[in-house]
Design a protein around this ligand. Structure first.
Ligand code: KIV
Length: 282
């Protein structure tokens, strides 16, 4: 029985069989009112900690372009670079669902390009699904990717890959007309086959309304508490980033200070000839 079901959601480990989170798990969580937890990760070590801690979904976000590579926007990161990050994360995860962002320029051309990029992510990284930004304009691509058996997560509201079109990172869809368009796009994405949707930086009331109208789970980042789950960028949640304090961010650690203090102590110990001591050498 074990071997028959191993490929269908169970993984044997030293701790027994772990049941994998799937897109169906998320759907069932929405139906039962259980909130979904999601964090970004980009490397093996952090993904292993998050997975062991019980996170439901890890997003290998194109925010890697900012927090890992130091770019000002998400635009420069390439498909090959996303695959490298995704491979490291997938190797770490035994339980959670791993979703990978299609980076800017890897899907906007046409639905064939979108499909080829998605297949590369699934085959080369072993991811469980992809995420892409946009509404009606990407619906043909979503249908084609889903048609090939690849789960797709949509992303509406603040879509950082379009930052040069919008010009600012301010709250989206505050006006009724824009809110109505967002709601329409959310329905279009659901009908195109998305299994879930990220809503970024929109009024809480609109987030709640999208979650109420759609059957698929809605994951928010700055979209209020009425959606079906929450996602944060790990560097923000852990306090590694310093100069980024939007209202929606809750910091659970202040790692910048802690790592900085540890580094200063390490430097001092070396300079003082305190490290290594007698017990720390052969
Ligand atoms: O790239 C990313 O980290 C994201 C989240 C902000 C949802 O898309």
């Amino acid at each position: 029985m074990g071997s028959l079901f191993r490929g269908l959601g169970f993984m044997s480990t030293a701790h027994g069989d772990i049941k994998r989170v799937t897109t169906h798990t998320l759907q069932s969580m929405k139906q039962h009112g259980e909130k979904i937890s999601m964090l970004t990760a980009y490397d093996f070590s952090m993904a292993r900690i998050f997975d062991d801690a019980g996170i439901d979904v890890i997003l290998v976000g194109d925010s890697a372009s900012n927090v890992m590579a130091g770019h000002e926007t998400t635009l420069p990161i390439t498909l090959d670079q996303m695959i490298y990050h995704a491979q490291s994360v997938v190797r770490a995860c035994q339980r959670c669902l791993v979703i990978v962002d299609l980076p800017f320029g890897s899907y906007q051309g046409n639905s064939k390009e979108a499909l080829i990029s998605s297949i590369r992510i699934m085959k080369e990284a072993g991811a469980h699904g992809i995420k892409l930004e946009g509404g009606a304009e990407v619906s043909e691509s979503i249908k084609r990717i889903v048609g090939a058996g690849v789960p797709v997560m949509g992303h509406l509201g603040l879509t950082p890959q379009s930052i040069y079109k919008f010009g600012t990172y301010t709250v989206r869809a505050k006006e009724e007309e824009e809110a109505e368009i967002l709601l329409q796009n959310a329905h279009i994405l659901e009908e195109a086959g998305c299994f879930s949707l990220v809503l970024e930086k929109i009024p809480a009331a609109l987030g709640t309304e999208v979650a109420r109208q759609l059957k698929i789970p809605i994951i928010g980042i700055g979209a209020g508490g009425g959606v079906d789950g929450q996602v944060l960028v790990m560097h923000d949640m852990l306090g590694i980033t310093k100069n980024f304090s939007p209202r929606f961010l809750r910091r659970y650690l202040n790692l910048y200070e802690e790592i900085s203090d540890a580094t200063k102590k390490y430097i001092k110990d070396i300079k003082d000839k305190d490290f290594p001591n007698e017990k720390e050498q052969y």
